[in-house]
Design a protein around this ligand. Structure first.
Ligand SMILES: CC(C)(COP(=O)(O)OP(=O)(O)OC[C@H]1O[C@@H](n2cnc3c(N)ncnc32)[C@H](O)[C@@H]1OP(=O)(O)O)[C@@H](O)C(=O)NCCC(=O)NCCS
Length: 183
């Protein structure tokens, strides 16, 4: 059975490894091969160790079962004056994709926003333009593509990008509208 819980500092390495594996599989063509095949694990470990040491900055939710970590999502409450709270990362372990874990995490992230954001319950995220599977997923949960922008390089290092990739802002005006479309 899949269980959700809030992450703590002890989870940093596990989250970082899943994050790096997901980037290696899905961000090639947007992030440089040299970064994905090189520093990405160390980069993610540094980012997650820092984030999870400061729980006030955002909330990270994990999905787990008896076999370990299945996925995670990170929410930064009240990040943007116009678009609301940011869903900063949502990644599901490769062997458990398309089994409902991403949907559980996205809905739980929306519940965090609805319950804790002070600026209202709108939320948004950025998805790589090339990431058609994730775009389909957000579309299936009612997200609207509202804007296109240039991808910022991870850690601010321009050489970590492959060319000039684009990202799309996907938004929900109310957290309550994050729900799967009827089939
Ligand atoms: C995108 C991601 C988070 C979705 O999570 P998931 O657990 O695989 O998705 P779910 O099983 O909850 O899918 C729910 C619905 O979304 C839609 N969907 C999900 N993946 C899809 C795909 N590849 N193609 C088309 N529709 C898709 C479907 O409607 C699906 O319902 P169905 O399986 O009953 O048809 C996950 O696949 C993932 O981690 N991908 C790699 C990392 C990534 O791209 N993260 C997003 C960063 S912005």
């Amino acid at each position: 059975m899949t269980a959700l819980r809030i992450a703590g500092l002890a989870d940093a390495v596990g989250v970082a490894r899943l994050h790096a594996d997901s980037w290696r599989r899905h961000y090639r063509g947007a992030y440089a091969d040299a970064f994905l095949d090189g520093d990405v694990v160390a980069d993610r470990e540094a980012v997650w160790s820092s984030r999870l040491a400061e729980p006030d900055v955002g909330v990270t939710i994990l999905a787990e079962d008896g076999g370990g970590l299945l996925g995670f999502v990170h929410v930064v409450l009240d990040e943007d004056a116009v678009w609301g709270s940011l869903v900063d990362n949502l990644h599901v372990s490769h062997h458990r994709r398309r089994t409902g874990v991403g949907g559980l995490l996205l809905i739980r992230a929306a519940e965090e926003v609805a319950g804790r954001a002070v600026s209202g319950s709108s939320l948004y995220l950025w998805v790589l333009e090339q990431n058609r599977a994730a775009r389909k997923f957000y579309e299936a949960y009612g997200g609207l593509c509202v804007e296109k922008a240039a991808v910022s390089p991870p850690g601010g290092h321009p050489e970590r990008l492959d060319g000039t990739p684009a990202k799309l802002r996907v938004a929900w005006h109310r957290a309550e509208s994050v729900s799967p479309a009827p089939k």
